[in-house]
Design a protein. Structure first.
Length: 135
């Protein structure tokens, strides 16, 4: 049960990784509230272990945003995607494939939330690195 991870006080990277894997299983089983809770806890633990600017944090924020999108809560997901994109830009660079994928994730959520102009801008920003990578 995922309650074991929440009760486990150790902030080890193995615990965080296991929480994230279990959350993916819960998403696949459409248990979105449980997955969201587990991902939020894992994100908090990850930040405690590696700091707020860890290079993996943008992906975890995006993953949590995707859970909110799947639960019909895209407006709530938008700040997570914005934080993920900004952090990736600082840590990885704005002209990278990783940043472009995160921009696409943000744009998809913006479409779901009805923010069409912002989504279009982010899809446009994501194009150059994607074209360079895949032609």
């Amino acid at each position: 049960s995922y309650a074991l991870f929440r009760a486990h006080d150790e902030h080890s990277v193995e615990t965080v990784n296991a929480q994230e894997v279990l959350a993916r299983v819960l998403v696949a089983r459409k248990q979105l509230p449980a997955a969201e809770s587990l991902l939020r806890d894992a994100l908090e633990r990850r930040r405690a272990l590696h700091g707020a600017d860890d290079v993996n944090t943008p992906w975890r924020l995006s993953e949590l945003g995707a859970v909110l999108d799947a639960d019909g809560r895209s407006k709530e997901a938008l700040p997570l995607y914005a934080e993920a994109v900004a952090l990736a830009e600082r840590k990885i660079g704005a002209d990278t494939l990783h940043h472009a994928v995160l921009l696409q994730n943000q744009a998809r959520s913006q479409l779901l939330a009805g923010a069409f102009r912002e989504a279009d801008g982010n899809f446009q920003r994501a194009l150059p690195p994607l074209v360079r990578a895949w032609g």
